[in-house]
Design a protein around this ligand. Structure first.
Ligand code: ATP
Ligand code: MG
Ligand code: MG
Ligand code: MG
Length: 510
């Protein structure tokens, strides 16, 4: 019998808590309270940023945790691949161990290797190691110390591979703490023969499992890189990928982290069962299963942690997309709500806030569903005006019907003859997008159905413009935030007792 995800997660934490003496620190909420530069927490290190920046002391010198992460925007944006691959999710759990000025490279590599090969029993010859190969321009030497550690642990020479800055050098931002990293990758197909050529090339059967970062430098404002007074270790392993390996599955979706959600969808919608097939089309059944299961985890977690949709348009768009997929493919408008129960069931004992805040989450989902529905009625009317359809026909098009476009498509032939406009101007398309919440794809589809020439260039210009505006807004917010933090630090001599910094310590479990 295979280990459950729950057991695998606990074994990781127990391994580091036990004789290795790490303190367990709870996951911070995915909505960062202390960091305006990111919309969502996207790695285990986020809640320890203040430690690396030397703003305050760590909760303990050795720490372990499992952090809720969301990657739908910014530097780490995996949204577009979700549904089409087996190992990226919008929400995932990052298992980590940390040394704040305590142990360094040798122990970090050894702990990871022993855990994977001895405790979890992964086959050694399926594992591949990457390390930092140096950068002449920046005067950074290859991390041969790290390479030698792996060789002394017994990893075969041709499986310890150097990579460049992009893959094996971690930086917190343009300036600040940084350092080389080493990663453990794994061959899922268990081929046996050497697969070094496939490492870091985006193959679904040879994926990254664990990233181990050595924070030993600081990049100064003038761009030069200098050693830090204290060295830290920051590691992150994707739980879903680990569980897939240990449950001997080639796809994360075939594990007990996602299967219960598929079952919930199937039971609720009576759709044919999930078969695990991959096509490049989000409206086929299996992709729809994956997208809904993935997005419902992310949405439930984000809302339970207090994400505010008015401030996070991206999240709102994803909620609408999930509703749309649910309606088109499964012909149900309440799947998201239904799935929030399943998510709380699956993860609620690890992250109790999913249970405590479930009612609130469901209220927001319900509200969003209604809002989306009303928007579609309005946008439908607006659209009808644009294409100058006779008013009596406008009411026939049921924009609230599941599938949004199906009713509309039905009428297309009748409508075609009535259209007088031949171009859909960019600013009108933009209004449909911005004011009425239609997605780019829907607008394109509508234009096609109506044989209208969408002025794509003008439309894209409008889109770019709004993206630029919101970026400026965010930058301004960041600047204000950074200034605020600096003021705060200057005023307070004991940062630990300051209210905004206390936050970091709330999550230490005694
Ligand atoms: P990848 O190259 O596969 O996109 P990454 O290099 O972006 O991963 P890191 O930032 O190094 O990932 O994060 C540490 C670990 O978190 C990864 O080794 C991986 O196991 C896991 N991980 C990263 N992104 C995702 C995701 N979108 N879904 C699930 N697990 C992820
Ligand atoms: Mg990535
Ligand atoms: Mg990577
Ligand atoms: Mg990585």
């Amino acid at each position: 019998i295979k280990k459950s995800a729950k057991l695998i997660r606990n074994e990781f934490l127990d391994y580091f808590k036990g004789s290795l003496g790490h303190t367990f620190v709870r996951s911070s909420p995915v909505t960062p309270l202390n960091d305006q530069t990111i919309a969502f927490v996207n790695a285990g290190m986020n809640q320890f940023k203040g430690v690396f920046l030397n703003y305050h002391d760590p909760p303990a010198t050795k720490v372990t945790n499992s952090q809720k992460c969301i990657r739908i925007s910014g530097k780490h944006n995996d949204l577009d691949v979700v549904g089409n691959d087996t190992y990226h999710h919008t929400f995932f759990e990052m298992l980590g161990n940390w040394s704040f000025g305590d142990y360094f490279k040798k122990e970090a590599c050894l702990y990871a290797w022993d855990l994977l090969t001895k405790h979890y029993g992964l086959k050694k010859d399926l594992l591949y190691i990457t390390y930092f190969g140096g950068n002449e321009q920046l005067g950074l030497e290859p991390d041969l110390e790290c390479k030698d550690i792996w060789l002394s642990i017994g990893v075969a020479k041709d499986k310890v591979l150097p990579f460049n800055m992009k893959d094996n050098f971690w930086e917190m931002g343009v300036n600040g703490p940084c350092g080389p990293c080493t990663e453990i990758h794994i061959d899922h197909r268990r081929r046996g023969s050497n697969q070094s050529m496939r490492v870091n090339k985006g193959y679904a059967d040879l994926t990254e499992l664990w990233n181990i970062v050595f924070i030993q430098y600081e990049r100064l404002a003038n761009g030069t890189i200098v050693p830090l007074p204290k060295y830290h270790v920051d590691t992150g392993m994707g739980l879903e990928r680990l569980v897939a390996l240990l449950q001997e599955k080639t796809s994360n979706y075939d594990t007990d982290l996602f299967q219960p959600l598929f079952k919930a969808i199937q039971k609720y919608t009576k759709a044919p069962e999930y078969k695990g097939e991959f096509f490049n089309d989000e409206y086929n059944l299996d992709s729809a299963y994956r997208i809904l299961a993935d997005h419902s985890r992310m949405i439930t977690v984000a809302l339970a942690d207090g994400a505010v949709l008015e401030k996070n348009n991206k999240l709102r768009k994803i909620i609408r997309k999930a509703i749309d997929v649910g309606e088109r493919v499964f012909k149900k408008e309440n799947i998201l709500l239904e799935l929030s129960y399943a998510v709380a069931d699956n993860l609620g004992d690890v992250y109790p806030e999913l249970q405590t805040n479930l009612k609130k989450v469901q209220k927001i989902i319900e509200f969003e569903k209604e809002l989306f529905k009303r928007l579609r009625v309005t946008s439908g009317k607006e659209w009808n005006k644009i294409v100058e359809i006779r008013p009596e026909l406008a009411s026939v098009t049921d924009w609230t019907a599941p599938g949004l476009l199906s009713g509309y498509k039905y009428l297309q032939n009748t409508l075609k003859n009535l259209i007088t406009t031949k171009t859909l101007p960019g600013n009108v398309a933009f209004k449909l997008y911005d004011t009425y919440g239609l997605s780019e794809e829907t607008i394109n589809e509508l234009a096609e159905i109506e044989s209208l020439n969408l002025d794509t260039e003008a439309f894209q210009n409008e889109l770019q413009n709004i993206k630029y505006q919101s970026k400026i807004g965010l930058n301004r917010k960041c600047q204000m935030h950074i200034k605020g933090s600096i003021d705060l630090l200057e005023k307070s001599h004991i940062p630990k007792t300051d209210d905004t910094l206390k936050y970091e310590y709330v999550f230490v479990e005694n």
